[in-house]
Ligand binder design. Structure first.
Ligand SMILES: [Zn+2]
Ligand SMILES: [Zn+2]
Ligand SMILES: [Zn+2]
Length: 150
Protein backbone atom coordinates (compact mmCIF):
# COMPACT_ATOMS: atom_id res chain seq x y z
CA UNK A 1 0.00 0.00 0.00
CA UNK A 2 2.98 2.31 0.42
CA UNK A 3 3.66 4.71 3.24
CA UNK A 4 0.47 6.73 3.39
CA UNK A 5 0.97 9.00 6.35
CA UNK A 6 -0.29 12.52 6.83
CA UNK A 7 3.34 13.64 7.06
CA UNK A 8 4.37 12.09 3.74
CA UNK A 9 1.30 13.42 1.95
CA UNK A 10 1.71 16.93 3.35
CA UNK A 11 5.32 16.83 2.20
CA UNK A 12 4.17 15.90 -1.28
CA UNK A 13 1.69 18.80 -1.37
CA UNK A 14 4.38 21.11 -0.08
CA UNK A 15 6.87 19.91 -2.72
CA UNK A 16 4.35 20.77 -5.43
CA UNK A 17 3.74 24.19 -3.89
CA UNK A 18 0.26 23.44 -2.61
CA UNK A 19 -0.81 24.60 0.81
CA UNK A 20 -1.95 22.06 3.36
CA UNK A 21 -5.19 23.80 4.24
CA UNK A 22 -7.28 22.53 7.18
CA UNK A 23 -9.90 21.35 4.67
CA UNK A 24 -7.36 19.37 2.65
CA UNK A 25 -6.09 17.90 5.88
CA UNK A 26 -9.52 16.83 7.09
CA UNK A 27 -10.24 15.20 3.71
CA UNK A 28 -6.92 13.35 3.76
CA UNK A 29 -7.65 12.19 7.30
CA UNK A 30 -10.92 10.67 6.09
CA UNK A 31 -8.93 8.50 3.68
CA UNK A 32 -6.31 7.61 6.30
CA UNK A 33 -9.10 6.62 8.72
CA UNK A 34 -10.85 4.52 6.06
CA UNK A 35 -7.81 3.06 4.36
CA UNK A 36 -9.52 -0.14 3.23
CA UNK A 37 -12.53 1.58 1.75
CA UNK A 38 -13.05 3.15 -1.64
CA UNK A 39 -14.79 6.34 -0.74
CA UNK A 40 -16.98 8.34 -3.08
CA UNK A 41 -17.09 12.14 -2.86
CA UNK A 42 -20.45 11.92 -1.05
CA UNK A 43 -19.04 9.47 1.49
CA UNK A 44 -16.02 11.70 2.07
CA UNK A 45 -18.36 14.65 2.52
CA UNK A 46 -20.43 12.78 5.11
CA UNK A 47 -17.29 11.88 7.06
CA UNK A 48 -15.64 15.30 6.98
CA UNK A 49 -18.68 17.38 7.79
CA UNK A 50 -18.74 15.79 11.24
CA UNK A 51 -15.43 17.44 12.12
CA UNK A 52 -15.81 20.44 9.80
CA UNK A 53 -19.49 21.39 9.32
CA UNK A 54 -18.40 24.38 7.22
CA UNK A 55 -17.03 22.25 4.43
CA UNK A 56 -19.08 22.08 1.23
CA UNK A 57 -19.53 19.26 -1.24
CA UNK A 58 -17.99 21.45 -3.99
CA UNK A 59 -14.82 21.81 -1.90
CA UNK A 60 -14.70 18.06 -1.45
CA UNK A 61 -15.01 17.52 -5.21
CA UNK A 62 -12.32 20.13 -5.96
CA UNK A 63 -9.96 18.69 -3.38
CA UNK A 64 -10.44 15.13 -4.63
CA UNK A 65 -9.71 16.29 -8.18
CA UNK A 66 -6.56 18.03 -7.01
CA UNK A 67 -5.37 15.02 -5.02
CA UNK A 68 -6.02 12.79 -8.02
CA UNK A 69 -4.11 15.18 -10.31
CA UNK A 70 -1.20 15.05 -7.89
CA UNK A 71 -1.43 11.24 -7.95
CA UNK A 72 -1.96 11.11 -4.22
CA UNK A 73 -5.37 9.55 -4.79
CA UNK A 74 -6.50 7.35 -7.60
CA UNK A 75 -9.92 7.93 -9.10
CA UNK A 76 -11.85 4.79 -9.95
CA UNK A 77 -15.09 4.02 -11.67
CA UNK A 78 -16.99 0.88 -10.79
CA UNK A 79 -19.93 1.60 -13.09
CA UNK A 80 -22.24 2.36 -10.19
CA UNK A 81 -22.69 5.99 -11.18
CA UNK A 82 -20.12 7.51 -8.86
CA UNK A 83 -16.37 7.95 -8.81
CA UNK A 84 -14.51 6.46 -5.91
CA UNK A 85 -11.05 7.21 -4.62
CA UNK A 86 -8.26 5.39 -2.87
CA UNK A 87 -4.62 6.17 -2.23
CA UNK A 88 -2.59 5.74 -5.39
CA UNK A 89 -0.45 2.66 -5.13
CA UNK A 90 3.29 2.87 -5.48
CA UNK A 91 3.64 -0.77 -6.35
CA UNK A 92 3.77 -1.71 -10.00
CA UNK A 93 0.87 -4.13 -9.95
CA UNK A 94 -2.43 -2.58 -8.94
CA UNK A 95 -4.73 -4.74 -6.93
CA UNK A 96 -8.10 -5.66 -8.34
CA UNK A 97 -11.57 -5.01 -7.06
CA UNK A 98 -14.66 -7.01 -6.26
CA UNK A 99 -17.83 -4.93 -6.32
CA UNK A 100 -21.00 -6.03 -4.55
CA UNK A 101 -24.05 -5.46 -6.72
CA UNK A 102 -26.30 -5.41 -3.65
CA UNK A 103 -24.67 -3.05 -1.12
CA UNK A 104 -21.96 -1.44 -3.24
CA UNK A 105 -19.13 -2.66 -1.01
CA UNK A 106 -15.76 -2.78 -2.74
CA UNK A 107 -13.26 -5.43 -1.70
CA UNK A 108 -9.68 -5.82 -2.84
CA UNK A 109 -7.98 -8.78 -4.34
CA UNK A 110 -4.20 -8.73 -4.42
CA UNK A 111 -3.00 -11.62 -6.44
CA UNK A 112 -4.29 -12.83 -9.70
CA UNK A 113 -3.20 -15.39 -12.21
CA UNK A 114 -3.22 -12.98 -15.09
CA UNK A 115 0.50 -12.92 -15.88
CA UNK A 116 0.13 -16.15 -17.84
CA UNK A 117 -3.03 -14.85 -19.52
CA UNK A 118 -1.17 -11.66 -20.44
CA UNK A 119 1.65 -13.71 -21.94
CA UNK A 120 -0.81 -15.77 -23.95
CA UNK A 121 -2.72 -12.71 -25.22
CA UNK A 122 0.57 -10.96 -26.06
CA UNK A 123 1.74 -13.98 -28.01
CA UNK A 124 -1.53 -14.29 -29.93
CA UNK A 125 -1.91 -10.61 -30.76
CA UNK A 126 1.65 -9.30 -30.87
CA UNK A 127 0.51 -6.64 -28.43
CA UNK A 128 3.01 -5.49 -25.77
CA UNK A 129 0.88 -5.52 -22.65
CA UNK A 130 2.00 -3.30 -19.80
CA UNK A 131 -0.98 -3.41 -17.48
CA UNK A 132 -4.45 -4.78 -16.96
CA UNK A 133 -7.46 -4.00 -14.83
CA UNK A 134 -9.95 -6.47 -13.51
CA UNK A 135 -13.29 -5.82 -11.83
CA UNK A 136 -15.32 -8.67 -10.42
CA UNK A 137 -19.03 -8.06 -9.97
CA UNK A 138 -21.15 -10.15 -7.65
CA UNK A 139 -22.36 -10.37 -4.07
CA UNK A 140 -20.25 -9.90 -0.95
CA UNK A 141 -20.33 -12.65 1.71
CA UNK A 142 -23.01 -10.84 3.77
CA UNK A 143 -25.28 -10.10 0.82
CA UNK A 144 -24.68 -13.56 -0.62
CA UNK A 145 -25.81 -15.12 2.64
CA UNK A 146 -28.96 -13.05 2.93
CA UNK A 147 -29.81 -13.77 -0.70
CA UNK A 148 -29.40 -17.50 -0.04
CA UNK A 149 -31.63 -17.21 3.06
CA UNK A 150 -34.51 -15.65 1.11
ZN1 LIG B 1 -22.89 -6.66 -0.32
ZN1 LIG C 1 -8.62 -0.66 -4.00
ZN1 LIG D 1 -3.56 -8.28 -11.93
Amino acid sequence: MGPHTMEAICQKLHDKAYKVTPQRQVILKAFLDHAQEHLSAEEVYNIVKESDPEIGLATVYRTLDLLADLEILEKMNFDDGRSRYEFAGEEEHHHHHLICLECGKVMEFEDDLLESLEAMVAKKTGFSIVDHQVKFYGFCPQCGRSRAAN
